[in-house]
Design a protein around this ligand. Sequence first.
Ligand code: GTR
Length: 394
Amino acid sequence: MFRRLKICLSLLFILIKGYGQNYDETKVPIYTLPEVLKTLDGKTVSKAAEWEKKRRPEILTLFEENIYGQMPKSYDRITYKTVNDNPNAMDGKARLKEVTITVEKAKKSVAIHLILFTPNANKKSSPVFLLINNRGNENTDPSRKMKSEFWPAEMAIDSGYAIAAFHVSDAAPDNKDTYQNGVLQLYPNQVTADNGMKAIGAWAWAASRVMDYFKTDAAIDFSKVSVVGHSRGGKAALWAGAQDQRFAMVFSNCSGNTGAALARRQFGETIKRINTTFPHWFNTNYKRFNDNENALPVDQHMLISMMAPRPVYTTSATEDLWADPKGSYLSLIESQKVYALYGKKSGLTLTPPPTNTPIIHSVMGYHNREGIHNMTTYDWGNFIRFANFHYYGR
Ligand code: GTR
């Protein structure tokens, strides 16, 4: 009964939100993906060194120019202020630190509030999961009075991992009229430039400033920092991982269009749809690809490819057709060629794995969870297993 009600509700959701989007596999257009290993001057890359020197930078620039915008690197000063420090949080299992990261440029500043729990059981530094939090602040309650599957801090601590989060609104409010009131105050030219940074770029930028902080904190194993994001946060996590290779791993949960899913399939959310509803997420140039996917010089498999050779894990959910589970899996499949340059063979199966059957023992991991668009302890449990496998071979 409950199950039926859930199905009816999701169908209703699709109808309301569907905007005439396609959910029929037989109506996916025939498409040709841009070749990830072919350089702009037509040469095929066959070695990791060529990929790193030539093709990867080309692809990064194409994504900056056409989708996510530039990633400004300069600022005058960065400072870290611990505003709360509790060595006996979670009944003594963890240390809680709240740190304000302030970045200044040309007399403007932006402050990112970081919440960080580190496991007291670890005598040495700990690997960490950093969440780019796009949902309510209650999901990352430092007092732990409120607990949420979206950021199951106790679960990470019990597994020997530190867990951290910052809220996207510190970097760029998720609003078309106010997104400039954050990181972009430091870089006002980006707001008007056609290839300028917008909200998702600013969130990824902020993740990198947290990375700067981690480098200064002896409780963190700087070589084992994972960036995690759900949906719009999952798009930002992938962009952060592409821009900043200090992130050892990326977890992108239900990220869909302009995240892990191939745009050319036009299944579920499309570029036109996302640019119309969220004009403040991507740069102005991206609007040129509304109803014009095939003109894009990239597709999202090339974003995943930029993670290579680092492990990357993406997820879908069975009732989240809006985010195109199949298109997200195909992105991974297409990226295998780049991992192969590093001699990394993935454990991906030819076709998407069955529901609730995670692919863990592979440089590219994936699962399609039963259920709706969300991030749950099922997802996190697999993130931890994937990290355990890659960091500790267990
Ligand atoms: C939807 C949007 C998706 C996804 C999602 C979310 O409305 O169309 O691209 O980002 O929001 O962030 O939950």
